[in-house]
Design a protein around this ligand. Structure first.
Ligand SMILES: [Zn+2]
Length: 76
């Protein structure tokens, strides 16, 4: 079952809910105030982008050949 993220317009609390695809378009009751919360797009797509971006930064080098942080002599 896919997981969906909801934000309550009343108390602005965010919560996630596992539910079948057939109910994806339906609203969900807020666990806090039981108002009808709206579904928001999950940030799953951003996670992978952040991870690869972080991995690239951890290396600290822009040149894979000589390891210099700013290399314009041997960059492929
Ligand atoms: Zn609420």
């Amino acid at each position: 079952m896919p997981i969906y993220e909801y934000v309550c317009p009343d108390c602005e609390s965010r919560f996630e809910l596992l539910r079948p695809l057939s109910q994806a378009a339906e609203g969900a009751a807020c666990p806090g105030c039981h108002q009808s919360a709206e579904r928001v797009l999950s940030v799953f797509a951003c996670f992978s982008t952040n991870e690869s971006g972080l991995a690239a930064t951890v290396g600290g080098s822009s040149c894979s050949s000589c390891g210099a942080t700013s290399c314009d002599t041997c960059a492929a």
